[in-house]
Design a binder for this molecule. Structure first.
Ligand code: BT5
Length: 252
């Protein structure tokens, strides 16, 4: 069970705010950033009622079954796209430390085990005019969420299912924060990008991204997907959903 005392023991001197239930840890962390939170401060919740995904989508965080955390950061504007990479790499490393295999990243922000989504990352920036105040790095990990009978069954997975044994959330938290600190120190070098590129699995089959059909050819240094459209043209895509494209049967 996570509680304030346990979290203090795990997080040491790091400032944090802990909610048994809140709307979204990202929303709380953005508020705290506005109020001047120290870099590295963490917002954590046991349950989120309005967890945020990208593009207005939601993220499910049922009580007692997941990790939901958001870290306050003050990156340089040019490093903003790399926060998501750092978060995804941190979760992947944590999952492997816990014993999961077949961990990979799916462009742009999913951590998956096999073909199922284990975790999602959402970074959000706070601007005042054209000045970047800071950003929050939100990470949501399924630890023991039961997806049976839900709309996500078959598409989502929990870490305990992947590992085959019970896990301690405070231990997972300490691992993910340690790995995040490591990767967030590497925002401007090659190392982060190389590690991310190695872990992202690009499908060998045709895909559809934001209505464009083609092959996922490569990844740019800024996190863009380079999609070779059916027309032959190469597109740089910064955000979107990569969907498998149904194979057209030729009737044979
Ligand atoms: C994401 O968005 O994957 C980013 C999720 C970030 C969540 C964290 S939790 C802490 C912090 N506070 C927040 O409010 N958010 C962050 P996206 O790629 O748009 O994926 C969203 C989609 O994933 C949904 O539309 C569902 O289809 C699916 N989904 C929702 N909850 C899920 C879950 N628990 N496990 C797997 N898939 C889920």
């Amino acid at each position: 069970m996570l509680d304030e005392k346990r979290l203090r023991a795990v997080l040491g001197e790091r400032p944090f705010r802990w909610y048994r239930e809140t709307g979204s840890t990202n929303a709380e962390a953005l508020d705290w950033l506005r109020q001047g939170a120290a870099t590295g401060s963490l917002v954590l919740a046991d349950e989120q009622s309005q967890g945020r995904g990208r593009l207005g989508r939601g993220w499910q965080t049922p009580a007692g079954a997941a990790l939901a955390l958001s870290m306050v950061l003050r990156p340089l504007p040019q490093d903003l796209p790399r926060l998501t990479m750092a978060g995804a790499l941190a979760i992947a490393a944590m999952a492997e430390d816990a014993g999961a295999t077949e961990v990979s990243l799916k462009w742009p922000n999913d951590v998956q085990v096999g073909e199922r989504k284990l975790a999602g990352v959402l970074s959000e920036a706070l601007w005042r005019g054209d000045r970047l105040v800071g950003a929050v790095l939100g990470m949501g990990v399924n630890v023991r969420v039961d997806f049976r009978g839900s709309a996500l069954e078959g598409r989502a997975i929990s870490l305990e299912t992947a590992c085959g044994h019970r896990l301690d959330r405070s231990r997972l938290l300490s691992l993910v924060v340690k790995h995040a600190d490591f990767w967030l120190e590497q925002l401007d070098g090659d190392r982060l990008h190389c590690a991310w590129r190695q872990r992202v699995k690009l499908p060998a089959r045709p895909v559809e991204v934001n209505g464009l059909r083609g092959m996922a050819e490569a990844l740019g240094r800024d996190g863009a997907l380079l999609l070779r459209a059916d027309s032959g043209q190469l597109h740089r895509i910064y955000s979107g959903e990569m969907l498998p494209r149904p194979q057209v049967s030729d009737g044979h």
